[in-house]
Design a protein around this ligand. Structure first.
Ligand code: ATP
Ligand code: MG
Length: 266
């Protein structure tokens, strides 16, 4: 596989799961850093007022001149609001708690769910991948993400209730596909925080493969303490400890995502 070739068009992926704490932000940050290592031009959008993707990329969310909120309400644009993550090698459209106000401010706007899509159209030729770190809710913010995206990557832990939550999310994707964004598809399911010693996790993992077949990414991200430590240093795990098993998994995942995009372009 030639990972040096740039993909033909900008691909926009939401990293989403309405369940909290499943590894969305960790996946968004480390996939961004992994793709950057593979010479891709990446923009990471922090769609969560918690601002975890911003902080985890080494950007202080309390010191932002502009943030995603300003872009969504039309008071700024991506070129002005983005910040380069030195630690990650990618750009970030950062967020902080101000973004929670966007929920209310957007309600009165026309095409309120299309604000992010319209903002992204202006930087289309500047990136190979745009990754959107979604909050753990199906809000107007998440809807802006899904409306702007070509696909959804779902990180999940192989636990007992995981499959049940998954069907809700898959139905949401279908509904958005039908009503707002016909381009939207499920790119794949990524097993994260995986511990092969736990029999239940092996069973759920096998069930996932049986149900979703090729939609389950080959890469499996192990539970790895280096990935959990990295955000407190403002660094993606991929760069904090490149030789760790977690970092290696996310780099492999980056290559798998590029391969999947290139196959779907053929
Ligand atoms: P939220 O729904 O609040 O946005 P999230 O889905 O974005 O959460 P993360 O913040 O990425 O989830 O991860 C939750 C916690 O699990 C964090 O403390 C993170 O460091 C840790 N974590 C994520 N992935 C791994 C992993 N592979 N190994 C060990 N710890 C992990
Ligand atoms: Mg998060």
């Amino acid at each position: 596989m030639n990972t040096n070739t740039q993909v033909a068009t900008m691909r926009v992926f939401c990293i989403a799961n309405q369940k909290g704490g499943v590894g969305k932000t960790t996946t968004a940050i480390n996939l961004a850093a992994g793709l950057a290592k593979l010479n891709q031009r990446v923009l990471l959008i922090d769609l969560d007022p918690q601002g975890n993707a911003t902080m985890g990329s080494g950007i202080d969310k309390s010191l932002l001149a502009h943030n995603l909120y300003d872009v969504l309400i039309g008071e700024s644009n991506i070129t002005e609001a983005r910040v380069h993550s030195e630690n990650g090698g990618y750009d970030v459209l950062p967020a902080n708690r101000e973004l929670s106000g966007a929920e209310i401010d957007l309600i009165g706007m026309q095409e309120r769910e299309l604000q992010l899509k319209q903002a992204l159209a202006k930087v289309e030729d500047q990136y190979d991948f745009v990754l959107i770190d979604c909050p753990p809710t199906l809000s107007l913010l998440t809807l802006n993400g899904l409306a702007a995206a070509h696909g959804v990557i779902i990180p999940m832990q192989c636990e007992y209730f995981a499959l049940e939550g998954l069907s809700d999310l898959v139905n949401t994707i279908k509904r958005v596909h039908r009503n707002i964004n016909p381009e939207l598809s499920l790119i794949g399911l990524l097993r994260v925080m995986f511990d092969p010693r736990v029999t239940l996790q092996q069973q759920v993992s096998a069930q996932l493969e049986a149900h979703f077949g090729d939609k389950v990414f080959k890469t499996v991200v192990p539970r790895n303490v280096r990935l959990a430590e990295a955000p407190s240093h403002g660094m993606p795990g991929v760069n904090y400890d490149p030789s760790s098993r977690g970092a290696q998994a996310y780099i492999a995942f980056g290559a798998e995502v590029i391969a999947r995009v290139n196959t779907s372009n053929e």
